[in-house]
Design a protein around this ligand. Structure first.
Ligand code: NAD
Length: 318
């Protein structure tokens, strides 16, 4: 059995991870997988998620926890373990750092949304939330688009500076701006990605500041969490979710539905876009991700195969 830590997983090729995420969407279209509702175990503000999934060659389970206040103790909010097994023999093949798999596949979910839901010509972007997912979103955004100015905002200014310093070493040819407010970021960005643990919308807006932009919400995964105000989804020409579970799991969809701001039939599965070649030029688009075990499975399988080919990781015996 192979053990893969975060350093091995972070080194993996971004193109390969994004292809793995798009493979998960293809499986959604072909219904070629077996994934029950993930189990949320809620303990006060903390959540434990149990995420199993079967596909043709592999099955996998991710155990992941979200502790929003862990940052106050200098620790990441998301932790976890991923177990990848063989779907013929049932044997466990690999144990991986579940937080690193989560960050890679969630970055790639955002990257795939950027690739399909924004014009190729966009040059400005903003990231709300400079934590683990915010950094991963930035990496996949910059992998997919030639951004000239990237705005970053977080309640914690040190997190913003840390993220800028990290990104500068990997992507040196653009301008980074530590936004003073979410409003400044919103006004100056064509694509706005939110990856925070916020329970309430990150800004107030008028339609003028929204129209023609793409909004990607990564953070809220409980009905009591919301990143974008209802006015964003209300003015969106297109509304996509990575999985229909988002409708009941995320306040970014559940709240505007409850408030009768949108009708449920306007919400479309992102996977359907893989059948089309729609170009999203000058449209207002809203994409909500809550993630699903199928992404973890296809990502872990791609990571496992790349690790075998390149002799990465440690061998362990039970
Ligand atoms: N969509 C998915 O598949 C997916 C996957 C993993 C994590 N998540 C979710 O993404 C969120 C972020 O996860 P993370 O691992 O990056 O956490 P993190 O703790 O590393 O980062 C969160 C950041 O958000 C900032 N923040 C919180 N409230 C804010 C506000 N109101 N305005 C601006 N910044 C604010 C914090 O200061 C922190 O820097 C969590 O809610 C997590 O559950 C979603």
């Amino acid at each position: 059995m192979l053990f893969l830590n975060k350093y091995s997983i972070q080194k993996m090729d971004q193109g390969l991870i994004q292809t793995a995420v798009e493979k998960a969407y293809q499986s959604v279209l072909s219904q070629n997988y077996n994934m029950p509702d993930r189990m949320h175990v809620i303990d006060h503000e903390n959540t434990l998620l149990l995420m199993p999934c079967f596909s043709e060659n592999f099955f996998a389970t991710k155990l992941v926890s979200v502790f929003p206040k862990a940052r106050e103790h200098g620790q990441p909010a998301v932790n976890g373990v991923m177990v990848l097994s063989d779907n013929v023999s049932g044997q466990p093949l690999a144990i991986m750092d579940g937080a690193a798999i989560t960050a890679q596949r969630t970055g790639a979910v955002g990257g795939s949304a950027v690739k399909r839901l924004t014009a190729e010509s966009i040059e400005t972007a903003g990231i709300l939330g400079a934590g683990v997912q915010g950094l991963s979103q930035a990496r996949y955004l910059l992998f997919n688009r030639k951004i000239k100015t990237l705005y970053i905002y977080d309640l914690n200014p040190e997190a913003v500076m840390g993220m800028i310093n990290t990104l500068k070493q990997e992507f040196s040819s653009l301008e980074y701006v530590a936004a003073e407010t979410p409003d400044q970021l919103l006004a100056d960005s064509r694509v706005i990605i939110a990856a925070t643990t916020s329970k309430s919308p990150l800004f107030e807006a008028s339609p003028d500041n929204i129209l023609g932009k793409t909004f990607i919400s990564i953070g809220s995964f409980r009905p009591d969490m919301q990143e974008f105000p209802n006015i964003v989804i209300k003015n969106a020409d297109d509304i996509f979710v990575d999985t229909l579970f988002a409708i009941k799991e995320s306040g970014d969809i559940a709240t505007p539905l409850k408030d009768h701001v949108i009708a449920k039939d306007r919400i479309k599965e992102f996977a359907g876009l893989l059948r089309e070649n729609t170009i999203f030029e000058n449209r207002t688009v809203f994409f909500k991700s809550v993630g699903m075990a199928l992404f973890d499975l296809t990502t872990a399988a791609a990571v496992y195969q790349q690790a075998l080919e390149n002799n990465i990781g440690q061998r362990l015996d039970f």
